[in-house]
Design a protein around this ligand. Structure first.
Ligand SMILES: N[C@@H](CCC(=O)N[C@@H](CS)C(=O)NCC(=O)O)C(=O)O
Length: 253
């Protein structure tokens, strides 16, 4: 492992945090772990908001300089240590392809698993709060989008139409990745890049929460890629992360 000045603020079950952890492990970069308890709303603590004003994980400190947004953090890590296991293609056109897959992960894949993840991890938590506690939590959330989401799930969870919409988004995500992987063994070029790392957490999440959507043989290229991604030592380190004393107390999926 190579020593760095990195401190990672992250969530154990968080897909966006897994993107960054896998990048760090793939490159063999050591980092200080600051695991956050999202169910205790630590991501909204005023001290953390100074690092990530959006009140979400992950966030990376390089020394005392903050970097936020999981895909941007991944690119920063590779830019910062470009010689160590490069994960960004040298060719400018391939870079644009890679960035499109990072954007896919941020928008399409993240959006697809959002409802299932919140239904599993956050609905009960939100509904366990008294209205005074809920107000206190919501008042500390810095973005309107997340304030509305916490308020909504505390009030009435999800409608059947929203569940159906989420189902369709997951299928669309699987189909798009299958089509991308039919063109080659990796999403971009001839080897592993950030594009693959940015998307595997969402496939792992769909397989965990909705295995029926991924019945064997339905997405053969995706299945083959997933098997190869899971076989990498960085996968277990990132997805079954243990290197923080708080691990024992935090919810897993
Ligand atoms: N676009 C952001 C999304 C970050 C995000 O939504 N993180 C989730 C965990 S995967 C989170 O912190 N949720 C807690 C909350 O919304 O209160 C990124 O990619 O970093």
């Amino acid at each position: 492992m190579i020593d760095t000045d990195f401190t990672l603020f992250h969530g154990l079950a968080s897909t966006c945090s897994k993107k960054v952890r896998m990048t760090l492990y793939e490159k063999g970069l050591a980092f200080k772990s600051r695991l956050m308890n999202l169910q205790a709303f630590e991501q909204h603590h005023p001290d953390y908001l100074k690092i990530n004003p959006n009140g979400v994980v992950p966030a990376l400190l390089d020394g005392d300089a903050p970097v936020i947004e999981s895909s941007i953090i991944m690119e920063y890590i590779d830019d910062r240590y470009p010689q160590v296991v490069p994960l960004v293609p040298a060719d400018p056109l391939l870079r644009t392809k890679m960035r499109l897959w990072l954007r896919f992960s941020d928008n399409v894949a993240f959006d697809a698993i959002m409802l299932s993840t919140w239904a599993r991890l956050s609905v009960k938590r939100a509904q366990s709060l008294s209205s005074a506690e809920l107000k206190e939590v919501i008042d500390r959330i810095p973005t309107r989008e997340r304030r509305d989401r916490w308020a909504k799930i505390a009030a009435d969870g999800f409608t059947d139409a929203e569940v159906l919409d989420a189902h369709n988004k997951m299928v669309n995500c699987l189909q798009k990745l299958e089509a991308g992987l039919c063109e080659g063994a990796w999403l971009v070029g001839a080897k592993l890049t950030l594009a693959d790392i940015a998307n595997i957490p969402f496939i792992e999440r769909i397989r965990t929460l909705h295995p029926e959507l991924m019945a064997m043989g339905r997405y053969p290229a995706l299945e083959d890629w997933e098997t190869r991604m899971r076989a990498r030592p960085s996968f277990d380190k990132a997805f079954c992360f243990t290197d923080d004393p708080r691990v024992a107390d935090l919810p897993k999926l």
